[in-house]
Design a protein around this ligand. Sequence first.
Ligand code: CS2
Ligand code: MG
Length: 403
Amino acid sequence: MPRITSVRVIVTRPGRNFVTVKIETDEGIYGIGDATLNGRELAVASYLTDHVAPVLIGRDAHRIEDIWQYLYKGAYWRRGPVTMSAIAAIDMALWDIKGKVAGLPVYQLLGGASRDGCMVYGHANGSDVSETIERAQEYLEKGYKAVRLQSGVPGLKSTYGVSGERFYYEPAKGSLPEESFWSTSKYMRLVPELFQRGRDALGWDIHLLHDVHHRLTPIEAGRLGKDLEPYRLFWLEDATPAENQEAFRLIRQHTTTPLAVGEIFNSIWDAKQLIEEQLIDYIRATVVHAGGITHLRRIAALADLYQVRTGCHGATDLSPVTMAAALHFGLSVPNFGIQEYMVHTEETDAVFPHAYRFDQGLMHPGDAPGLGVDIDETLAAKYEYSRAYLPVNRLEDGTMFNW
Ligand code: CS2
Ligand code: MG
């Protein structure tokens, strides 16, 4: 069996920061995993280099579950985004190795394909409703079956999800956090118009999604969900901060608009009540932040009992390694819902050559052994890390709020 001989962390910035772990074995086969935690990258890099790497040397790379349990229970301090992103990266790399040794794409090791491809959604955003709808039409022309609409809000200098760039969205910018300002009332007036005009222009054969990005109270989310019911959204995402899982009971009392949550979750415990009480319809937990393929399968299996489907996070701050792993997982998992797909830049794709492909609204991970993605270390070395923060968000009176 392949024994682990080295665990190295590669930090690179092809347009934005990424952290990648590379596990090498005595059989010359290596695997890679994404460990990127937007705005806190070096915390995970250190957790891997200083605390995880030493305990992995010499271990059997095939023992994925045992290594997962060792890193989870052996840390004593369980859970949290840094710990679970580090475990996720090791997990992805070990699945990559197992696939390469078996000569099979990882989805075949997960039970084979349950569908022809993974339906993905793109991100249409604009400074106002008209521009957002124009962007959305471009996604329809590209063959997308689902698109997220995020528009600028009249009276607000900036808002979540609006980048000003045509197809890319990168919120982590300067060496200190940008401060943005928020008004729930201005936002709540805009969104119903966005989707009423969206449906008028785009029709009913396209799935429409929206990300509230943690900015409403439960009753405000209930109001918005009710206002949006005529437009039949595929989902309303992160309607309210989800630390308090029972808050979603209040939203559910007021609206049938489907709810998605969980991109910032890092373990099954963050979602247990939401799933068991059917307070959500889609679970957004991702391979890179929720403990890897091994743990995400557990979350999906619990969700399947309650007819909750997957809707994994897939923003540009998750590297192509996560995108590849998510597509292997998504191709096989029985209760797949949808996969987010924010296109990476050409610079990023050059550092992370990959087999996954987009075709007519669906994505497939390809049939290369393992995850079907690599890292070009020579090219990666050309892009030096530099600290970048996600913005912070305040109410118009200066009160610290949710970004
Ligand atoms: C967003 C993300 O993709 C989404 O649904 O919530 O853009 C999120 O803001 C970033 O991944 C944060 O790094
Ligand atoms: Mg989101």
